[in-house]
Write a protein that binds this ligand. Structure first.
Ligand SMILES: Cc1ncc(COP(=O)(O)O)c(C=O)c1O
Length: 424
């Protein structure tokens, strides 16, 4: 059979493979341990921290979707990131983008500064000169996140991988924002892909999990050894749930992406929006690269509210369908304020450098009817506009009161000034 499409790989994961009872849906193996065939004769499984059939099925499916050799399913997205960092020693240098996910940034900075686990160089891949900066430190590993969280900036994965090859550096790509359905970093030259499976892969906001997919057997084996050693492999039940969510990944994302295109179009015409961040917009600086390396622009977008920061609570509390929450990638629409939520672990200076402003709002667009979503956003913008108007009226009233007071004071001075007595 020819190479299967992503939708087929995901939908058919483990279907009709049960040898015990011919169950169509694969069973969930909750067991922590497995009986040996006989003394000194272990079977393929012995202990669920090391291996578990449900988790293995998820890992095999994700490896196939990303075009990798081996996948290691971890307890969270952060533990997948931590796992990749086990390949580094204190003499090695890790290069990270200046605008990566706040939790990843916190992990990199604290491991480098407080644990001296490796040297760290923070690079802005959006500015010329990034290649020279990387060449100068001869890194062991380059970390990419594209599109980035929350500004959806695009990095040219192939260009970074070409440089990494010359420098014999490993490239790790956090592919959480797109999933293998929309971007396959290993095919672009990367060595490792990580995901927070909490997001699009599971897609239903009911588990936390992660995965790391290696391009080579050697990398995969080393990382699997570390995952077992550290005890950060994923729970079987979470793997089962993730597998269930994964089956609909392609149609979910297609619908979410279509909805996002409509939302972005709406935001671009909204007077209370100062700027929209979405790589699908032709004016987005990464549009051409995104078009070349992605097979879709994704279902995340951000925008700057063109109103005072004090009106953010008005906007958030007016929303009925976009839920104010941290995560992303589920079938339900979410809204978040990166500065105080997802990226709060970055200090003010790092947020400024990353371009995260006080009125930046991030949307994770779900599968609801898009007209309902647009109506929800519209009424939240209306609420802000109304407050703006009330504030404006209040300011006008205060200004009028102040002028009246000044006028009265002047008239009084005028009356009391003997030099002007001739006038009264
Ligand atoms: C891009 C990205 N990578 C990694 C993570 C961490 O994943 P988790 O929350 O599953 O640990 C997140 C979480 O939001 C993320 O957005």
């Amino acid at each position: 059979m020819s190479k299967r499409h992503a939708a087929t790989i995901a939908a058919r994961a483990g279907i009709a493979q049960d040898s015990a009872h011919a169950a169509v849906t694969p069973p969930l193996y909750l067991t922590s341990t497995y009986e040996l065939k006989a003394f000194k004769q272990p079977g393929p499984y012995d202990y669920s921290r090391s291996n578990n059939p449900t988790r293995d099925l998820l890992a095999e499916t994700l490896a196939e979707l990303e075009g990798g050799v081996k996948a290691i399913v971890t307890s969270t997205g952060m533990s997948a990131c931590l796992l990749a960092l086990q390949l580094l020693t204190p003499d090695d240098t890790l290069v990270i983008p200046h605008d990566c996910y706040g939790g990843s940034y916190r992990l990199f900075v604290n491991l480098a500064q407080r644990k001296r686990a490796f040297n760290l160089l923070v690079v802005n891949f959006q500015q010329t000169g990034w290649a020279e900066q990387i060449r100068a430190v001869k890194p062991k590993m380059i970390w990419l996140e594209t599109p980035s969280n929350p500004l959806l900036q695009i990095t040219d994965v192939r260009a970074v991988c070409d440089l990494a090859k010359v420098l014999q550096a490993l490239v790790v790509v956090d592919n959480t924002f797109l999933s293998p359905v929309l971007q396959q970093p290993l095919a672009l030259g990367a060595d490792i892909v990580v995901h927070s499976t909490t997001k699009y892969i599971n897609g239903h906001s009911d588990i936390v999990g992660g995965v790391l997919i290696a391009k080579s057997q050697q990398l995969g084996d080393e990382l699997k050894w570390w995952a077992n050693c550290l005890g950060i492999t994923g729970a079987p039940f979470d793997s089962y749930m993730t597998l269930r969510g994964l089956r609909t990944l392609e149609p979910r994302l297609r619908l979410q992406q279509d909805n996002t295109a409509r939302v972005v179009d709406f935001l671009a015409k909204q007077p209370l929006v100062a700027k929209v961040y979405y790589p699908g917009l032709p004016q987005h600086p990464g549009h051409a690269i995104a078009k070349a390396q992605q097979s879709g622009f994704g279902a995340m977008c951000s925008f700057d509210l063109a109103a005072d920061e004090a009106l953010l609570p008005v906007f958030f509390s007016a929303l009925r369908l976009f839920t104010l929450a941290q995560s992303l990638g589920g079938i339900e629409s979410l809204v978040c304020h990166p500065g105080t939520m997802t990226h709060a672990s970055m200090d003010a200076a790092a947020q400024r450098t990353a371009g995260i402003g006080a009125t930046l709002i991030r949307l994770s667009v779900g599968i609801e009817n898009v007209d309902d979503l647009l109506a929800d956003l519209q009424q939240a913008f209306n609420a802000v506009a109304q407050h703006n108007q009330q504030n404006h009226q209040q300011q006008l009233n205060q200004q009028t009161d102040r002028l009246k007071q000044q006028n009265e004071q002047q008239q009084q001075q005028f009356r009391l000034n003997p030099a002007l007595s001739a006038f009264w």
